[in-house]
Design a protein around this ligand. Structure first.
Ligand SMILES: Cc1cc2nc3c(=O)[nH]c(=O)nc-3n(C[C@H](O)[C@H](O)[C@H](O)COP(=O)(O)OP(=O)(O)OC[C@H]3O[C@@H](n4cnc5c(N)ncnc54)[C@H](O)[C@@H]3O)c2cc1C
Length: 425
């Protein structure tokens, strides 16, 4: 039988994780287009500055035996967590808190959790926002708890998030197929010692050693020509996948209208813009921990206290995640951050003179709102394995795979990529 050939378009974590899984678990040949950045990693970017490491987007991923297997293959040293990292803060009603509920609300919350979810199996339904779900089951005050938990992941308000997709773990998590047997070095969040950007360079080195994979360091511009045993995987964002799909005109009327429908569904998936701002300040918050979320604020979403998360060389630093809905001049952004930071930390520190690194991500995070939920559910409607989020765009020939086709976290992307390489389509 002729071996399968994969053309993976997009060299972010999704495309690389899929290429790595296919190399390990199948005998297929792969061509991987990295995209216009001309290197692998996509959103995973770190810079080494005089003051220390700056992460431009993700700073960590949840560990499990598959993540350990990946790090071991890529010869990446995992960084160990600091003793403070398990403390997570919320800033509510002008105070730092670790559990943002009153005693009565906490009791009500757990009552809701155990009796309604576990016994009555009241799991999130389609077409329901997280705030509607939270209020209907756990009571009014619980909205802020969900806001605290989800703001750091989706950069959005719970009114705008789909309960079905953002709380998918309540419907049951996804198991790793043929899970590698490994004892975990570390629990919870881990990161490469050299920063998340190290994953891209380590993937490059790993792939260079295999004769079965070819990396092309550019955007895919040519025509997609589906043929037997050749599978295209669009591992880009949804809008680029939509443009790439429009390059193919399937023969036959039904194929054509199905494609046009899928092009339109992909176009419907929007993204949220974010700023990531890393500071190397002299002063810091009086609290220690992983960081703090600001569930009552729509602009300043959260801050990571980097020195309290991982033990790395360098000066004290913090990374702020700020909504990019309104694009601002850097000076204005920094001034606004300065006044918010001074007020919450109750300090006075001028940020213009502090070393700072600002990154603007126009397409940072898929919206995970109700439009996204309905588009994704229509895209996955006919798929035999919707839990893998490997969207069939043209049967057996063209698929979409990215953070918008399933859960957003790197750990979940890796699990799905691994499971895809173990599944017959
Ligand atoms: C600020 C921020 C913080 C985050 N923090 C965390 C975190 O701490 N932990 C966590 O687990 N996740 C985190 N995430 C989420 C995580 O980083 C993303 O889900 C993940 O990196 C997305 O990877 P991807 O490959 O799907 O997409 P991308 O990284 O966007 O990669 C897509 C690639 O496709 C390429 N491309 C596009 N068009 C073409 C074309 N025509 N031809 C070839 N290539 C093309 C692009 O150049 C890009 O390289 C964070 C995200 C952001 C923005």
């Amino acid at each position: 039988m002729k071996k399968k050939e994969y053309v993976i378009i997009g060299g972010g974590f999704s495309g690389c994780a899929l290429a790595w899984s296919l190399l390990k678990n199948t005998d297929s040949r792969i061509t991987l287009y990295s995209g216009s950045q001309k290197k692998l990693g996509g959103h995973l970017q770190s810079i080494q500055t005089e003051q220390g490491l700056v992460e431009k987007a993700a700073n960590a991923l949840m560990n499990d035996s598959l993540v350990e297997e990946l790090f071991s293959d890529l010869k990446i040293t995992m960084v160990s967590k600091s003793k403070w990292a398990s403390k997570k803060w919320f800033y509510l009603e002008s105070q730092f808190r670790r559990w943002p509920l009153s005693l009565a609300a906490t009791i009500r919350f757990f009552y809701g959790y155990f009796f309604l979810i576990k016994i009555l199996n009241n799991i999130p339904q389609k077409n329901q926002s997280v705030s509607e779900y939270a209020e209907s089951i756990f009571g009014k005050t619980s909205k802020i708890l969900f806001q605290s938990a989800l703001q750091g992941v989706y950069g959005a308000q719970v009114e705008d998030l789909s309960a079905y997709n953002c709380l998918s773990s309540l419907r049951g998590g996804i198991e790793i197929i043929n899970k590698p047997e490994r004892e975990l070095q570390y629990h919870a969040s881990v990161a490469p010692l050299g920063g998340m950007g190290q994953l891209g360079t380590a993937f490059e080195k790993y792939f260079e050693q295999s004769p079965r994979i070819k990396i092309i360091n550019e955007d895919f511009k040519s025509e997609i020509r589906p043929r037997e045993n050749k599978i295209y995987v669009l591992s880009t964002d949804a809008q680029s996948a939509s443009s790439l799909l429009s390059l193919i005109i399937p023969k036959g009327e039904s194929g054509k209208s199905d494609s046009i429908n899928k092009i339109n569904l992909l176009k419907k998936i929007s993204y949220r813009a974010l700023y990531s701002v890393t500071l190397f300040p002299k002063k810091r918050s009086s609290k220690r921990g992983f960081g703090c979320l600001f569930p009552e604020n729509k602009t300043f979403l959260g801050v990571l206290w980097n020195k309290d998360i991982f033990q790395r060389p360098g000066l004290n630093s913090e990374t702020w995640v700020i909504s990019g809905k309104i694009k601002k001049e850097e000076n204005k952004l920094l001034d606004e951050l300065e006044s918010f930071r001074n007020k919450t930390y109750q300090i006075t520190e001028e940020l213009q003179s502090v070393p700072h690194f600002i990154t603007y991500w126009p397409k940072a995070i898929p919206s995970f709102d109700l439009n996204h939920e309905s588009a994704l559910s229509a895209l996955l409607k006919a798929d035999k394995h919707p839990e893998l989020g490997f969207v069939s765009l043209i049967e057996s020939q063209v698929y979409a795979f990215g953070n918008y086709t399933g859960a957003i976290g790197l750990n979940k992307i890796l699990t799905r990529a691994w499971n895809i390489s173990h599944t017959k389509f």
